[in-house]
Design a protein around this ligand. Structure first.
Ligand SMILES: [Zn+2]
Length: 332
């Protein structure tokens, strides 16, 4: 599968790795770290294709013509291994890691070494992570292992410390914004969508395509209505439970974070939801800062623990009941 990577906002990372490759100092294990939707998997696949290519260009671009490139694009290169959870929300098991490790120790069929990707690496369960540790300590010659992670804190410190980190920071301006504006055909929409997506351009494009920006508006209207006692939090939670995804709950967490920012830094605070500034400002005026922190912390904890396997309605109910009662207490 041919990808557009490296994207315009990934040129520095690409060049740094290609320079190290020319100097024969590419590390055995790299930890590609950055928010989901910033394009790490496309980048890693492109890097794998480049490392396996028989005639890469001067900038490391794979030629696209050789035997290796053709096999890679057809998705059956024998020296490439991609490990992902069997389903969204599931763990990467020890069996999957053992398979990867066995693959890495084979002699490369095309002589350019072996490349493996684990994505997302924080989904490895404890046994899987321990099985990987041995390989990280004693890597086979000519192998490159790429671990992709959006929440590095969830990875075992012993794994983190054995990899070289390559950061893919959130993007809010420049090349990423230009790219998104071209994709959406609307530069005004691009700035807002990129902000809502936390600076992850591919996630922003997906959100725009799924109509998530409009749905977020509806959710926010409900959020305000429960605070003002115009809607029953339990009824709203039942409604949200029908369609709310983990991703959307992260969006709600973003409102809390913005309210905290507004309380601490005042009206000049940098927000993830700039279009909701005035309405968020109005909400913060009647909520206790400690309460906001506590609810944000609890929501983060729930989302971390559930790892995608959430009972949406229960989570929404706890969220909205907590939110509406914190407003009521304040009013008394
Ligand atoms: Zn090639």
């Amino acid at each position: 599968m041919k990808t557009a990577a490296p994207y315009a906002w990934q040129q520095a990372q690409w060049q740094a790795l290609q320079q190290r490759r020319s100097a024969a100092s590419l590390p055995h294990a790299l930890l590609l770290s950055g928010p989901a939707g910033v394009g790490k998997l496309d980048f890693a696949r492109r890097l794998a294709e480049s490392l396996l290519c028989e005639h890469p260009g001067r900038d490391g671009e794979p030629c696209g013509q050789c035997r290796s490139c053709r096999l890679f694009q057809a998705g059956n290169h024998p020296d490439f291994h991609l490990t992902q959870p069997p389903d969204a929300g599931k763990e990467i098991t020890v069996g999957a890691i053992r398979e990867l490790v066995a693959n890495q120790t084979l002699t490369p069929q095309y002589g350019r070494g072996r490349v493996a990707i684990i994505e997302p690496a924080e989904r490895m369960n404890a046994n899987a992570a321990n099985a990987l540790l041995k390989t990280l300590e004693e890597p086979s010659a000519g192998t490159v292992l790429l671990l992709l992670v959006s929440r590095p804190a969830m990875l075992l410190p012993t794994i983190r410390s054995r990899c070289q980190q390559l950061l893919f920071p959130p993007q809010h301006t420049g090349a990423a914004l230009d790219w998104l504006a071209t994709q959406l055909g609307d530069s005004g929409q691009a700035t807002l969508t990129l902000a809502i997506a936390g600076g992850a351009p591919l996630r922003a494009r997906a959100m725009a395509e799924e109509g998530a920006v409009e749905r977020r508006r509806t959710l926010f209207d409900d959020f305000v209505a429960t605070a003002e006692c115009r809607k029953d939090p339990v009824a709203v939670a039942a409604e949200w439970g029908q369609f709310v995804t983990t991703d959307m709950l992260w969006t709600v967490a973003g409102w809390y974070a913005d309210m905290v920012r507004l309380r601490i830094a005042g009206s000049s605070a940098q927000l993830s939801n700039p279009d909701l500034r005035e309405r968020l400002q109005a909400l913060t005026e009647h909520v206790d800062l400690a309460d906001l922190f506590q609810q944000l912390e609890r929501l983060h904890e729930t989302l971390r623990l559930m790892r995608g396997q959430l009972n949406s309605q229960l989570v929404c109910e706890e969220l909205l009941l907590g939110w509406s009662s914190s407003r009521r207490v304040e009013r008394q």
